[in-house]
Design a protein around this ligand. Structure first.
Ligand code: ASP
Length: 322
């Protein structure tokens, strides 16, 4: 059986689906970031639209909650002139017992060109891609704890806007490493781009065993882990994926692992703060940090549109000027 990294490429090594950043080459990753840079100006144009995907149909299929990812996928497709349909899985026929397989066949019968899927089960996007009809592509908008590739790509894009040479950087990813698909996708992307050092900081209960095999250095002490880092990527506590009590309390987590004003001051004014959202103030970060000059959080949201345009264009379009 093909891995996601293999399945997402066609025979010429070009993107056919987007399932994961794991195993993605530095060249392909850089090509996506460069293509996003070409699309970024569309957001500031008087008419925020290019005709690249005119006549194509993109279907957003979200089985889990989403604010940023769903709307920016929708905006990206709209700005490329595609027709966009949104299916709220809560009101879809899967709630009447229809399987994912049958749902996919049904939607493909409507001549959809691209599925954007978010699902609580790791591997759901891979399953869709495996069964996709010829010419139909699948974009993973987050599958369980497995992967969230467009989040990692927009994170790399945002980082590169501020620190063009990622190979110089020491990056710390902090929080719920156990359940975070964002963390996994970011680690693969940072490694592909050659980040100097990647640290992961979490309480023991939220630190996956064997995580060092991904090429990261684990810390269970926040202050030691943050010492000398250039970038802090914060993660939300994924309570919806936690079984049993893995944490004492949000307040206690904040004291031990939250990014407080004191910790930020210790990092210095050059350090950058990132978070995929949604943020929980007073838990993973102190309230005022989110919109401080060192925070890239809103830029991450904005760049999500250009990245998603780039990926869609590379898969079913031909580039911004076609
Ligand atoms: N929005 C991100 C995700 O869907 C992170 C989060 O939910 O905490 O994985």
């Amino acid at each position: 059986m093909k891995t996601s990294a293999e399945l997402q490429l066609d025979d010429d090594g070009r993107l056919r689906h987007l399932l994961t950043t794991e195993g993605m080459s530095r060249e392909l990753l850089t090509e996506i970031l460069d293509t996003a840079a070409q699309f970024a100006p569309v957001a500031g144009a008087p008419v925020k639209k290019v005709p690249l995907l005119r006549g194509r149909t993109v279907l957003n299929l979200f089985f889990e909650a989403s604010t940023r990812t769903r709307t920016t996928f929708e905006l990206a497709a709209t700005r490329l002139s595609a027709d966009v349909l949104n299916i709220d899985a809560q009101t879809s026929s899967t709630s009447k017992g229809e399987t994912l397989f049958d749902m996919q066949r049904t939607l493909e019968a409507m001549q959809v060109d691209m599925f954007v899927i978010r699902h609580g089960s790791s591997g759901a996007a891979h399953f869709f891609a495996q069964h996709a009809a010829p010419g139909v592509s699948v974009l993973n908008a987050g599958d369980g704890r497995h992967a969230h590739p467009t989040q990692a790509l927009l994170d790399m894009y945002t980082l590169r806007c501020h620190r063009p040479d990622i190979s110089q950087l020491c990056v710390a990813i902090v929080g719920d490493l156990m359940h975070s698909r964002v963390a996994r996708s970011d680690i693969h992307a940072l490694r592909a781009l050659g980040a100097r050092e990647i640290r992961v900081i979490a309480p023991r209960t939220l630190m996956p065993s064997g995580i060092e095999t991904l090429g990261v250095i684990p810390y269970t002490d926040m202050d030691r882990g943050l010492d000398g880092v250039d970038v802090v990527m914060l993660l939300r506590l994924q309570r919806e994926r936690m079984r049993g009590s893995l944490l004492a309390s949000p307040g206690e987590f904040h004291r031990a692992f939250g990014l407080t004003e004191r910790r930020l001051a210790q990092l210095g004014s050059e350090a950058l703060v990132m978070h995929p959202g949604p943020i929980n103030r007073g838990v993973e970060l102190a309230g005022d940090i989110a919109y401080s000059p060192q925070s890239l959080i809103l830029q991450q949201v904005e760049h999500g549109i250009a990245i998603r345009m780039a990926v869609m264009a590379m898969i079913i379009g031909r580039g911004p000027t076609a």
